[in-house]
Design a protein around this ligand. Structure first.
Ligand code: SF4
Ligand code: FES
Length: 286
């Protein structure tokens, strides 16, 4: 209808109890039982479970809000400030701002949002001028580094994703320490983290590629430490470090990801065949 806001999904939103993108992740809050609240993002009508964030509502409408510190599988921290949007006449951190009542209206590309996002990007690009994702965003928003803040760019934007990933994996080997320009991700007392098990969770979570690692001749190197990779008992491929398997405990499977997927598919296939008419006899004959 003319003048009516667009609806982001057939039927005007999500059905009650539907999962939002990323809801299954470790950082998500359980909201399945929450009632829906309705509002708009950039004029697009949307219904989300109460407590969902502006970012989640926008994603449900396929509206892109750039993010760096946010990761669907980790608790949100709101540290990079890139995902700003505008609601109730103020700027809001979209990945943290919960939508509690119907009637919300968020803008993701208003003049105030774009100006603030450009400023944030001009600071982030000073920290990590060579990070492909940040360079791409800087180009897109027509931003160059602010020379006043261009001090020893080390490629780290202090977003804490690596620290949260390490915490979620269990070892809690690294932390963000210090203040201001001296703030750094490091092991205890600035030394290589002894509790690190070489799982790569930090490096894979990092949005700038700051955490370097390498693998050669069955040895993984990260955080100035070396880890021997154990061979997969099925195919011999080296996927996990011995420390990682020990950390996960005796019951942990040392199978690589591909062999584990194959094994699961085989077991699921067997279970489905057992349910089918004549399945057990067929399985016995194989
Ligand atoms: S190393 Fe990467 S993930 Fe960790 S704080 Fe720096 S930019 Fe973020
Ligand atoms: S993505 Fe929201 S503050 Fe970083």
């Amino acid at each position: 209808m003319p003048g009516e806001p667009d609806s982001c999904a057939a039927g005007g939103g999500v059905p009650a109890g539907a999962a939002l993108p990323g809801e299954a992740g470790a950082g998500s809050r359980p909201r399945l039982a929450e009632p829906l609240v309705e509002g708009t993002v950039d004029g697009v009508r949307v219904a989300v479970p109460r407590g969902a964030t502006i970012l989640e509502a926008a994603r449900l409408c396929a509206i892109e809000i750039p993010t760096l510190c946010h990761h669907e599988g980790l608790p949100p921290e709101g540290s990079c400030r890139l995902c700003l949007s505008e609601t109730r006449g103020s700027l809001a951190v979209s990945c943290m701002y919960p939508l509690r009542e119907s009637g919300f209206a968020a803008l993701t590309r208003s003049p105030a949002v774009l100006e603030a996002r450009r400023y944030v990007l001009s600071l982030l690009v000073c920290r990590a001028p060579r990070a492909p994702r940040i360079r791409k965003l800087a180009d897109e928003y027509g931003v160059s580094p602010d020379p006043r803040f261009m001090r020893d760019p080390d490629g780290c934007i202090r977003c804490g994703r690596c620290v949260r990933a390490c915490r979620a994996s269990g070892p809690e080997a690294i932390a963000l320490c210090g203040r201001g320009f001296a703030r750094l991700v490091t092991g205890p007392f600035g030394r290589p983290p002894e509790a690190c098990v070489g799982c790569l969770a930090c490096a894979l979570a990092c949005p700038t590629g700051k955490i370097a690692f390498s693998e050669r001749d069955g040895v993984r190197r990260i955080w100035e430490r070396e880890f021997e990779l154990a061979p997969c008992p099925e195919c011999g491929k080296r996927a996990f470090t011995r420390e990682q398997l020990a950390f996960l405990g005796g019951g942990a499977s040392a199978l690589c990801h591909s062999c584990r997927r194959r094994l699961m598919a085989r077991e699921l296939g067997k279970a489905a065949a057992l349910e089918a008419p004549g399945g057990p006899a067929l399985l016995r004959a194989l």
